[in-house]
Design a protein around this ligand. Structure first.
Ligand SMILES: CCCCCCCC(=O)SCCNC(=O)CCNC(=O)[C@H](O)C(C)(C)COP(=O)(O)OP(=O)(O)OC[C@H]1O[C@@H](n2cnc3c(N)ncnc32)[C@H](O)[C@@H]1OP(=O)(O)O
Length: 203
């Protein structure tokens, strides 16, 4: 059963989508008041439960803007990793991710590719220094627009390990055709997870 915070994030996703479907209307003033009332309630009743510092260092995968089940910005996608190390996820991008009319925003493509390339690397770290693997370079090629409301596959695989430098490549495909391809260089930081108090996950 999903945790209550996941349910709340899901309700917020529904609302963000609906808000992009309505026209500007004075009647929305009522909705604004209702939303502020909900935020006031959150501030008053729950604000102290997860101190900001704790939130920054724990359970990062639950908060991130791509897979984070507690983050309404995330669809969220579920990334699976095959035995050969390929990471992949399926996603139907909706209106919150729109750039040109009916098409995916190019920056959103970069965000999702960065994330899935990163997971392809973090799931295959043998021989890599034990720092956080962070993106140092991300190069994208936009071959075709990605249509909204169609099943897209985001996939990635590690391509090389060279000391602290790890490379991965991937693509967003729709209908079996590559729409966006990416190559990324990830570097293991000198700071290690063990140096960060309370860290439970992340890049
Ligand atoms: C929950 C899932 C989370 C998913 C997270 C998705 C991934 C992310 O979003 S990570 C966040 C975005 N990225 C960042 O914030 C990174 C910011 N940059 C940094 O922290 C640093 O510049 C960092 C760590 C990349 C490199 O710094 P530093 O450790 O000092 O590197 P340094 O020792 O100088 O260089 C190491 C090697 O990398 C090379 N290098 C360093 N930076 C770059 C770069 N940007 N491009 C190419 N090469 C580089 C150097 O030339 C050097 O190569 P060599 O060993 O051959 O001489």
């Amino acid at each position: 059963m999903p945790a209550p915070l996941e349910d709340v994030a899901d309700a917020l996703r529904r609302m963000m989508d609906l808000l992009l479907r309505v026209d500007d209307d004075p009647a929305l003033g009522h909705i604004t008041s209702e939303l502020h009332a909900v935020s006031d309630l959150l501030e008053a009743e729950f604000d102290d439960e997860r101190p900001f510092d704790k939130m920054l260092h724990s359970d990062a995968p639950r908060h991130d803007p791509v897979s984070g089940v507690e983050n309404a910005i995330a669809p969220p996608i579920v990334v699976e990793v095959d035995s050969d190390g390929t990471a992949h996820a399926e996603v139907d991008f909706g209106l919150p991710y729109q750039g040109p009319k009916g098409l995916l925003h190019g920056g959103i493509s970069a965000l999702f590719l960065d994330h899935v390339l990163s997971l392809a690397n973090s799931n295959n770290r043998s021989g890599v220094d034990n720092g956080f693997l962070v993106t140092a370079q991300l190069s994208l090629r936009y071959h075709k627009p990605v249509p909204l409301f169609e099943r897209a596959t985001v996939s990635a695989r590690q391509t090389s390990i060279d000391g602290r430098k790890v490379r991965a490549a991937g693509e967003i495909s729709v209908g079996g055709e590559v729409a966006v391809s990416a190559e990324g260089l990830f570097i293991a930081t000198r700071i290690r997870p063990a140096d960060v108090p309370g860290d439970k996950g992340g890049a």
